[in-house]
Design a protein around this ligand. Structure first.
Ligand SMILES: Cc1cc2nc3c(=O)[nH]c(=O)nc-3n(C[C@H](O)[C@H](O)[C@H](O)COP(=O)(O)OP(=O)(O)OC[C@H]3O[C@@H](n4cnc5c(N)ncnc54)[C@H](O)[C@@H]3O)c2cc1C
Length: 445
């Protein structure tokens, strides 16, 4: 769907995370000779690695991961590091209308489980993920959004038991920050911030330590299912497996498997970071927090202060992926950062990068097993909220595969099953552009 540069997995993206990573190479080898295993996983992000870790560690299953780029090339190694919720573009009311209250409660519960899972993986597998902050803030970007925040806070606590606190503009200046788009905030006592690449690399190391084989630079080019086995053909060799998990999310290409064609709407998310800020610069915006922050825009700004006090600022946008549009996006973000945080107008920007998040037509994740081929499993469509949801999905896929008699219930209904296909797949990008225009008008009101 996008310019080929977006899919160029031969190079790491120029992210702050890659630039500050000190772990270096990891010794994983591409698939170089034909081999067989029980479960093959396509995609080495949080979904694929978590599935592989749980299959190998908890069930001693012979599992291999095929990753097109280096391990950590996808969204999991370059995201904003917000361990937050929800993984849906539907409002709480819309979720309840569509799935019912109990299912919506279960949907929020699994995301809290996902946050706990990230924390417990870090503890159990000795992953240093630079955990920061306490919960998540949502900031009203306009006075008209404050009331909706109060209502959301009320719904989150009364329906899902999540502790929330609403702060007026002046209260938030005391604990959070000042800005031209700060009209009060909600604190949600769930989640935290992390270094996504450290989490990814730690997860990969744990997965390999527990016996799974990871193969970077091993894009699946062809997939044949015949005679009861799957043959996954890469450039150098073929992996044969009884079962396959598709964990390719926003980087899935059409033609990998017909079941997933026209199913995903990948969207570009973009991030810039500044150089580390001085005490005096922090004071200019009354900055006090390491807790991650989103605002109430539909095309939201997400931002956080990193451990070395570099400021990270992200947003959705650009519907071509062309490098020229990327450069425009970067300039636009620098301008918007200066408008929202005028005290940092002159602070140099050190990094700009982007990647694909994955939306679906049902606007919630898709996790499950193909109806017409019980040997194919999948987890994708986290609606840009995969730091907690993707590892949870990977873990649950592993459990369902390894213990079918115990995990007889289908996945929770909000996330269960494939989404409807897009009717006009070729114009998905234009539909996205139209949606962005609509959102911009809404956000400006
Ligand atoms: C810029 C950005 C910021 C984000 N910020 C946040 C955030 O702050 N919080 C949050 O919760 N979520 C965030 N997200 C979303 C989050 O990163 C994703 O939801 C999550 O990482 C998805 O994990 P995954 O393992 O399913 O997919 P990915 O990590 O994208 O992994 C999929 C992998 O599949 C590989 N692949 C594709 N096709 C093939 C093939 N044919 N053969 C082999 N391998 C293949 C790709 O190379 C890729 O590495 C952000 C995403 C982006 C891009």
């Amino acid at each position: 769907m996008y310019h080929p540069s977006i899919y160029d997995d031969t190079q790491p993206v120029p992210s702050y995370w890659e630039a500050t990573d000190t772990r270096g190479g990891n010794g994983y080898q591409p698939l170089l000779s034909d081999v067989a295993c029980d479960v093959a996983i396509i995609g080495g992000g949080y979904t694929g690695l978590s599935a592989a870790l749980h299959l190998a560690r908890d069930y001693d299953i012979d599992v291999r991961v095929l990753e097109a780029g280096h391990i950590g090339w996808g969204a999991s190694g370059r995201n904003g590091g917000f361990c937050c919720l929800p993984a849906s573009r539907l409002s709480i009311q819309q979720l309840i209308q569509r799935y019912g209250l109990d299912a919506t409660k279960r949907f929020f519960a699994i995301q809290l489980e996902g946050m706990d899972l990230v924390a417990s993986l870090a503890a159990d597998e000795n992953i240093d993920l630079d955990r920061q902050g306490d919960g998540n803030f949502t900031v009203a970007h306009h006075p008209s959004r404050f009331q909706a925040l109060q209502e959301e806070a009320q719904a989150l606590s009364s329906l899902f038991g999540i502790k929330t606190r609403v702060l007026t503009r002046s209260e938030f200046i005391e604990v959070g920050h000042d800005s031209t788009e700060q009209y009060g905030a909600m604190h949600m006592a769930a989640g935290f911030a992390l270094n996504p690449l450290k989490f990814l690399k730690g997860l990969a190391a744990a997965t390999a330590r527990r016996g799974a084989r990871l193969h970077p630079h091993s894009r699946v080019l062809e997939w044949v299912h015949a005679g009861g086995v799957h043959r996954l053909v890469t450039r150098e060799a073929t992996l044969t497996a009884h079962r396959v998990i598709v964990a390719t999310n926003g980087f899935t290409r059409e033609g990998l498997h017909q079941a997933f064609d026209k199913m995903m709407l990948p969207a570009l998310s973009n991030i810039i970071t500044t150089r580390p800020l001085t005490d005096e610069e922090l004071e200019r915006q009354k900055w006090h927090t390491s807790t991650p922050i989103c605002n109430t825009r539909n095309l939201l700004f997400y931002y956080r202060m990193l451990p070395d006090r570099s400021f990270m600022f992200g947003t959705r946008g650009d519907t071509t992926g062309h490098p020229k549009d990327g450069a425009r996006m970067r300039d636009w973000m620098i301008r918007r950062l200066a408008e929202v945080f005028p005290g940092w107008r002159d602070v140099p920007i050190t990094h700009f990068w982007r990647g694909l998040v994955c939306m679906t037509r049902k606007l919630t994740p898709s996790v499950g097993q193909l109806d017409d081929d019980a040997s194919v499993w999948y987890g994708f469509g986290y609606q840009a909220n995969g730091v907690n949801t993707a590892p949870w999905a990977g873990m649950m896929l592993a459990r369902h595969i390894a213990e079918p008699n115990k995990y007889v219930e289908p996945f929770p209904s909000v996330i269960h099953g494939l989404a409807p296909k897009f009717p006009f797949a070729a114009i998905r990008r234009w539909a996205l552009r139209a949606a962005y225009t609509y959102y911009r008008i809404q956000d400006a009101r």
